[in-house]
Design a protein around this ligand. Structure first.
Ligand code: NAG
Ligand code: NAG
Ligand code: NAG
Ligand code: NAG
Ligand code: NAG
Ligand code: NAG
Ligand code: NAG
Ligand code: NAG
Length: 346
């Protein structure tokens, strides 16, 4: 309070910058952001020509290291099967990067898109089993980025002008039920979520402490209790209560992360609220089916001839398959996210 008063007095005399404490928070400006660096799971990954198939931009758990020329010569692939959505996903809509079919070098995009998310990822192998032996967990994505990408990117990418995007937990919330609930020592979901989220935010803290990243956006979990399988089930996994527990944990951890890093812009994008609004009033978004999905979502002619499979056009579905959103929903989400990010600078 006192510091703030002194600062405003100094501002009156035009000496604010000289008195500015070094830990002061820079203004976040999305329009000025030069790169988006992301970590997460299938909702967030983009396919790279050097990435494990249907999983990631670069490498895998079995092929963890890469060098500068591999990173810089790699390309994002865009085609019908290059994301988990049948088309571009939120990172691509938000940055405008790799929206066109074919190959795109991240470095040619404004902002650049450096995406280390991995399909099927959970936060850490410490808590839930890997989906596959090639799956790179969230904490390993941060390690892979730190060891192999950051030394290359630091030559041209200013951490202060980058935004770190984190959307993780979608697999964890399902897996924690599958693997932990029957154990006698299981501490209960809120406590378990708190444990895995503590690990998640500690990993992100490294990006701040070691490399100087200062802008972070975290996402809440989607309404996973409303997937086609869960709306049809008498025992949804997860149910709305569990998603609520998970998301209030994310809100607490994000607030604590913001308090611990007063020199940073720390944001929580409420994807749960945005997606819930779409599910509650789909017609306004041109969506006609929120409870099912087209079983032939991967047919090569599904975009041009959905009637052949007894389906609506893909963009009229909310769900792409059992657990993923359609590309159309990702586009809406990215639009809302952009508005949210632009609003932060004001
Ligand atoms: C953000 O950056 C853009 C481009 O440099 C600039 O035009 C705009 O005024 C900035 N906005 C704020 C709120 O500083
Ligand atoms: C980078 O890795 C590739 C693939 O392993 C290898 O062919 C290439 O020689 C390496 N480049 C450098 C500069 O080490
Ligand atoms: C999409 O790109 C991937 C990676 O290059 C390729 O393996 C796959 O066959 C392509 N799929 C389509 C439908 O073109
Ligand atoms: C990747 O997904 C496509 C269809 O989406 C499938 O045909 C292909 O076998 C998958 N590749 C691997 C290695 O799993
Ligand atoms: C959850 O299950 C995994 C896999 O069996 C195990 O490694 C982990 O320790 C368990 N966590 C808790 C809190 O019980
Ligand atoms: C990884 O898993 C695949 C399929 O489950 C198996 O064929 C392969 O041998 C495993 N690789 C390693 C290094 O364990
Ligand atoms: C959801 O699941 C949790 C954990 O099993 C349980 O405690 C809670 O009562 C369930 N909520 C509803 C509304 O069924
Ligand atoms: C939603 O789409 C699926 C697949 O096309 C279909 O089976 C289901 O009947 C549809 N639901 C509604 C309410 O139209």
């Amino acid at each position: 309070m006192e510091a703030l008063k002194i600062a405003s007095i100094l501002l009156l005399y035009g000496v604010f910058s000289a008195a500015l404490p070094t830990s002061s928070k820079p203004t976040f400006n999305w329009t000025d952001t030069q790169s988006l660096i992301t970590f997460g799971d299938s909702y967030t990954y983009v396919q790279g020509i050097d990435g494990y198939a249907n999983s990631t931009f670069i490498g895998s758990r079995l092929d963890f290291a890469f060098n500068a020329s591999e990173l810089l010569s790699n390309r994002i692939v865009q085609n019908q099967t290059a994301t988990a959505e049948g088309g571009p996903n939120w990172v691509e809509y938000l940055t405008g990067c790799a929206l066109k079919p074919g190959l795109t070098a991240p470095i040619t995009c404004r902002p650049q898109l450096w995406d280390f998310a991995f399909g099927g990822s959970d936060i850490s192998e410490q808590y839930t089993p890997l989906h596959h032996n090639w799956t790179v967990s969230f904490v390993n994505q941060i390690k892979q980025f730190s060891d192999y990408a950051q030394p290359v990117l630091s030559k041209f990418l200013n951490p202060r002008e980058a935004l770190i995007g984190v959307w993780i937990g979608i697999n964890d919330i399902g897996d924690s039920d599958k693997y932990n609930i029957t154990k006698p020592n299981f501490p209960g979901f809120p406590s378990f979520y708190n444990t895995i989220q503590t690990t998640e935010y500690a990993a992100v803290q490294q990006l701040h402490d070691r490399f100087g990243y200062r802008n972070f956006v975290f996402f809440t979990l989607p309404p996973l209790d409303r997937t086609p399988g869960n709306v049809a089930s008498s025992a949804p996994n997860p149910n709305a209560t569990m998603v609520g527990w998970y998301n209030s944990g994310l809100a607490s951890h994000t607030a604590a992360f913001a308090a611990a890093n007063p020199d940073s812009n720390v944001m929580l994008f409420d994807a749960h609220a945005v997606l819930g609004r779409i599910l509650d009033a789909p017609a306004g978004y041109g969506i006609r089916n929120t409870t099912g999905y087209c079983p032939e979502y991967n047919a090569p002619d599904i975009l041009t001839d959905p009637e052949k499979y007894g389906c609506l056009p893909q963009e009229e579905y909310f769900w792409f398959n059992t657990g993923h959103l359609t590309s159309h929903v990702h586009r809406i989400l990215a639009g809302e996210l952009e508005e949210f990010l632009v609003g932060q600078g004001k």
